[in-house]
Design a protein around this ligand. Structure first.
Ligand SMILES: Cc1cc2nc3c(=O)[nH]c(=O)nc-3n(C[C@H](O)[C@H](O)[C@H](O)COP(=O)(O)O)c2cc1C
Length: 328
C-alpha cells in the first residue's frame, strides 16, 4: 500500500485547486499512478486569444503544482524525484513527482484558504508592513515598487493596455465566455469571473448582463463594455505599491508560476491583497517601458506587475470546480 490513494489525493486537490489562474480558468488536472502524482493541463482551458503565448496558462499550472506541494506538506508528505516540463507532453503532463513520507509543514499552509484577488480600491498600508513584505519578497525574485512615478505610470497606461488587448474581436469574445454576470449563469460557482469577484454592484452586473444578451453587439460596444468591467486606473492609484514578479530569462514558466504563488501567499500572510495586471506585461512595448523604469538587467524578465494594498473588507473566495472533476 502506497502513501497516497485517490481519497487522499482528492483532499490534497481540494486545497491545491485554490491556486490562482488567469480568468479563473483552472487549467490543472491531477492523475495518480501508484505513488506518482502527475499534473496535466486541460487544453480546452487555454486562452488562445487573450494569452496567445500560453504564458499565463503555464504560470497557473506552476501555481497549481506548488499548491499540491503545500497541501502534501500538511499531511507529512513531500515530492521526491520531481520533474517539471517547459511544455505539456503529448498526454498533457507538465509535472510529476513521486510522493514520499517526510518533510515539514509549509510556511504558507495556513493562508492557502485565505488568499483571494481583490480588484476594488485599496486602503493604504503602513510603511513598516511594506518594508517587511519587501524583505520577504526579495528571495522569491519579486520586487516591491514604491516609487510614486512608476505607480502613476501604471495607472495612466493600464486601461489603454487592456483596451488594446481586448479590442481584438477574438479577445473580447473569449473574455465574454469567462464572465458570469448573473447568479443564474450555470458556471457562476464553478469557474470564470463572476460579478462578485469583479466587485461589480448587483446593478452594474445586471446592466452589463442585459447589454451582453441584447443580440449581436458591435465589437466596439462590447469592447467599451469590457473596458468598463476591467477599468483599473483608480484602483492602481490607490495602491501602496506594485509587485514586480521577475524571472531569469531561462527559467521555465511552470517554475515561475510556482514562485508566483508563493509571492501571492507572502502578500496574504501579511494581511494584504494583490491584483495582477496581465495587460501591462502582455503588451511588449508597455512591458519594455516598465523594464526600463525598474532598471532590470537583460538576464531577467518582467513577468507580471500587481497592485498591492489592503482590502477594505473581507474578500470572498472565488469558485472552483469540484475536486472530483479535476482528478482522474
Ligand atoms: C497568471 C495569472 C494572470 C492573472 N491576470 C489577471 C489580470 O490581468 N487581471 C485580474 O483582475 N486578475 C488576474 N489574475 C487573477 C485571477 O483572475 C484570479 O486568480 C482568479 O480569478 C481566481 O481568483 P482568486 O485569485 O481570488 O482565487 C491572474 C492570475 C494569474 C495566475
Amino acid at each position: 500500500m502506497g502513501v497516497l490513494d485517490r481519497d487522499l489525493l482528492l483532499a490534497v486537490v481540494k486545497e491545491a485547486r485554490r491556486a490562482p489562474s488567469a480568468r479563473n480558468q483552472q487549467p490543472a488536472r491531477w492523475r495518480l499512478r501508484d505513488d506518482v502524482v502527475e499534473l496535466l493541463e486541460d487544453p480546452a482551458r487555454r486562452l488562445p486569444a487573450c494569452d496567445p503565448s500560453g504564458r499565463d496558462h503555464r504560470l497557473a499550472l506552476g501555481a497549481a503544482w506548488e499548491g499540491t506541494r503545500i497541501a502534501l506538506s500538511t499531511r507529512g508528505l513531500r515530492f521526491d524525484d520531481e520533474v517539471l516540463a517547459a511544455v505539456p507532453d503529448e498526454e498533457g503532463v507538465v509535472a510529476c513527482g513521486r510522493v514520499v513520507d517526510g518533510g515539514m509543514r509549509d510556511l504558507f499552509a495556513d493562508v492557502v484558504m485565505q488568499r483571494a484577488t481583490w480588484r476594488g480600491p485599496l486602503l493604504p498600508v503602513p510603511s513598516h508592513v511594506l518594508g517587511d513584505v519587501a524583505a520577504d519578497l526579495e528571495p522569491l525574485g519579486a520586487v516591491l515598487v514604491q516609487n510614486p512615478a512608476i505607480i502613476e505610470e501604471a495607472a495612466r497606461v493600464v486601461d489603454d493596455a487592456t483596451a488594446t488587448h481586448l479590442l481584438r474581436p477574438s479577445a473580447i469574445e473569449e473574455l465574454v465566455t469567462w464572465l458570469r454576470l448573473s447568479r443564474d449563469h450555470p458556471s457562476w460557482d464553478r469557474d470564470g469571473l463572476n460579478a462578485e469577484m469583479l466587485n461589480l454592484s448587483p446593478f452594474a452586473a445586471r446592466l452589463q448582463s442585459l447589454a451582453l444578451r441584447r443580440g449581436p453587439l458591435s465589437q466596439l460596444h462590447r469592447a467599451r463594455l469590457a473596458h468598463h468591467v476591467v477599468g483599473e486606473a483608480a484602483q492602481v492609484r490607490s495602491a501602496s505599491g506594485l509587485i514586480a514578479v521577475l524571472a531569469p530569462v531561462d527559467e521555465i514558466e511552470i517554475v515561475t508560476g510556482a514562485r508566483l504563488y508563493r509571492v501571492w501567499l507572502t502578500v496574504t500572510s501579511a494581511g494584504l491583497h494583490a491584483c495582477p495586471m496581465s495587460a501591462l506585461t502582455a503588451d511588449e512595448s508597455v512591458c519594455a517601458a516598465f523594464r526600463g523604469a525598474l532598471g532590470l538587467p537583460s538576464s531577467w524578465r518582467l513577468v507580471h506587475l500587481w497592485r498591492l494594498g489592503r482590502a477594505p473588507r473581507a474578500v470572498p473566495l472565488s469558485p472552483r470546480l469540484p475536486a472530483e472533476e479535476l482528478v482522474s
